[in-house]
Design a protein around this ligand. Sequence first.
Ligand SMILES: [Zn+2]
Ligand SMILES: [Zn+2]
Length: 336
Amino acid sequence: MKAAVLYGKGDVRVEEREVPRPAEGEALVRIRACGVCGTDAALFRGEYPAAVPVVIGHEFAGEVVESRTPALRPGDRVTADPNVICHECEYCRTGLEHLCERASSMGVHRDGADAEYCALPASNLYRFPDSLSFEEAAFAEPLACAAHGVDLAGVRLGDTVLVVGAGAMGNLIAQCARISGAARVVVSEPIALRREKALENGATDAIDPGATDLGAELRKIRRLGADVVFEVAGSPAAQAACVGLARKGGTVVWFGVAPPARRVEVSSFYVNENEVRITGSYNNQFATERAVRLLAERKVKVANLVSHRFRLSEYPAVFGAFGGKDTLKLMVDTGA
Ligand SMILES: [Zn+2]
Ligand SMILES: [Zn+2]
């Protein structure tokens, strides 16, 4: 089969690989669509530790072609939680599976989904209805992560939520915040296309931080600052700035992935005095099933988020486009 394999910093190659064999309890999936994630870009830049060489990609949907589990049958349309957990460590046994000490994540530690096939345990696979396209269902993983971030933040009815960075993930977080009852969802994003799509999908306000003062604009909407601020750009400077944009007692979620060695400088006095709560948000906690339901019930819009499509054979070109002007979600068509 064809697969896009990450060998190291700046080195990804499309090559022939053996089709994986499903173990007992697993299914073999013919992958039909795989989204490109900020994590993939960080992996390509050498800013995210990985067990290379590894097939890249983890946001996918496809069709079961061989099943060694009673839970699935050939022909089932499936998406996945790409993090294979141990079920044995203390985190797994206390409901914090997403923090498993021996987690093996597709596209990072184990072969991923920018390939024609993958094999995964039944417990990682989620069926979705025919009404969803493979491309739409490939959003289940990022949407599950977005839902987890919104769960952690505890967005409440009537809140003002600020989302810094409105790429695909920021857009999904903005939508989740809105349907959680936020009265105002403000996105800050320098790329015009992304601001436009955020407004189209339910954000109430979109600010270009290059053209205006974000803090001043936010305080025109809510004098105290935002109840919840999500940083989705993975920029340490923005992560620091977000702390000052939350109201007293507000919550800041550092959602974006920054390189491990980077540091954020914040005033601990300010955090202390204002009781700002800062939390990370990593992967998702039992959110994939809910993400599939949100997609199937059309509560979250994703079809208008795909800005570019690539064939699997063109995979190395993905990172030339990633993050560029007029880009949003890049999608890889892994073939019929
Ligand atoms: Zn992802
Ligand atoms: Zn575990």
